[in-house]
Design a protein around this ligand. Structure first.
Ligand SMILES: Nc1nc2c(ncn2[C@@H]2O[C@H](COP(=O)(O)OP(=O)(O)OP(=O)(O)O)[C@@H](O)[C@H]2O)c(=O)[nH]1
Ligand SMILES: [Mg+2]
Length: 311
């Protein structure tokens, strides 16, 4: 298990190799993750989410500067669930983060896309987190576009979730509609150099106020101008404050692994076992024919397949 050793020593090329295996959904990846898992739990995971173009990547790039100045090493995972391609679709991120390309030892970046496997994206992202964690990154930042289920699952992996909006264009209203207020530990109104900041701020304060009494943690709102590096130090201080809150209340370890995550993994493994099974896909096709001919109902078929698989 030379690869494991190398990853634990922080070797970037080996980590990149394992991440490619994860993306290709290879069973070897699971074998290696089983080993490196015991070396995870040290990285602080931050999620950054929000509508397209609000300035997430620009903010992440600024935040990286602050972390690097402190001496923290950083891993960045840019996730785009709307795109089947990694790379091209995230070209924008590449451009905005190119300042950090001169610091590969300090900043390790990976883009992830659906590759036609929507269900797998969040668990693949989690595995990539394990890799970056085990290789010794102090901070891992996950950027996701949008607010679908995949993004919610991904944001749930983070200890601190940051929701970014930009003023104007009804963005704050849109964010509220999508239920995004529920998931933020910190809110950022970026592009504070644009008009409508005060309106966005009061919208947001109002929405946060509504759910406030149910929650222990009261999310803070920060105003930033990512392109001018304004408000970033304050934002990172806000992250530190949330981190301290989690640690002081014993909540950090709870967030590291949840019941939802285990159930998710079990589902994935059941699916794999059934489809890999000798009675797998061909058998399922036969059953579908029977269902179409109304020879049998789908519930009975599902139970039969599970029984056959010994589940
Ligand atoms: N005026 C202004 N422009 C900004 C600010 N932050 C980012 N931008 C610009 O907004 C555009 C989008 O920024 P990105 O950082 O790529 O936004 P993003 O949210 O990562 O975009 P996607 O990943 O495509 O969803 C770029 O042209 C940035 O230069 C800001 O604070 N003020
Ligand atoms: Mg981006």
């Amino acid at each position: 298990m030379e690869l494991v050793e190398k990853i634990l020593n922080g070797d970037i090329a080996s980590a990149a190799r394992l991440i490619t295996m994860i993306e290709n959904n290879r069973e070897d990846a699971a074998r290696i993750i089983k080993k490196i898992f015991y070396h995870t739990g040290n990285a602080y995971i931050i999620g950054v989410t929000g509508s397209p173009g609000v300035g997430k990547s620009s903010l992440v790039s600024d935040m990286i500067n602050v972390f690097r100045k402190r001496g923290d090493t950083v891993g960045v995972i840019a996730v785009d669930s709307s795109s089947p391609f990694s790379g091209g679709a995230l070209l924008g991120d590449r451009i905005r983060m190119q300042d950090h390309e001169v610091d590969p030892e300090g900043v390790f970046m990976r883009s992830m896309a659906t590759r036609g496997n929507l269900g797998g994206l969040s668990s693949a992202t989690r595995d990539v987190c394990y890799v970056m964690d085990a290789m010794g990154r102090d901070v891992i930042i996950i950027e996701t576009v949008g607010v679908g289920q995949v993004e919610l699952d991904i944001v749930n992996m983070a200890y601190t979730s940051i929701v970014v909006i930009a003023p104007g264009m009804g963005d704050s209203i849109q964010a509220i509609k999508a239920g995004i207020m529920e998931i933020g530990d910190i809110f950022v109104i970026n592009k504070a150099d644009h008009e409508g900041v005060d309106a966005a701020l009061s919208d947001m304060e109002y929405m946060l106020h509504i759910g406030a009494d149910k929650k222990e943690w009261h999310p803070e709102i920060f105003k930033t101008v990512a392109t001018e590096n304004k408000g970033i130090v304050e934002l990172v201080e806000g992250i530190d404050k949330h981190r301290k809150y989690l640690e002081d209340n014993g909540l950090k370890s709870k967030k590291f692994y949840s019941m939802e995550q285990l159930i998710d993994l079990i589902k994935k493994r059941i699916e794999k076992r059934i489809l890999d099974n000798k009675l797998g896909k061909d058998n399922i096709k036969k059953h579908i024919n029977s269902i179409l001919k109304k020879e049998i109902d789908p519930y009975t078929v599902a139970d039969m397949i599970l029984d056959d698989a010994g589940l």
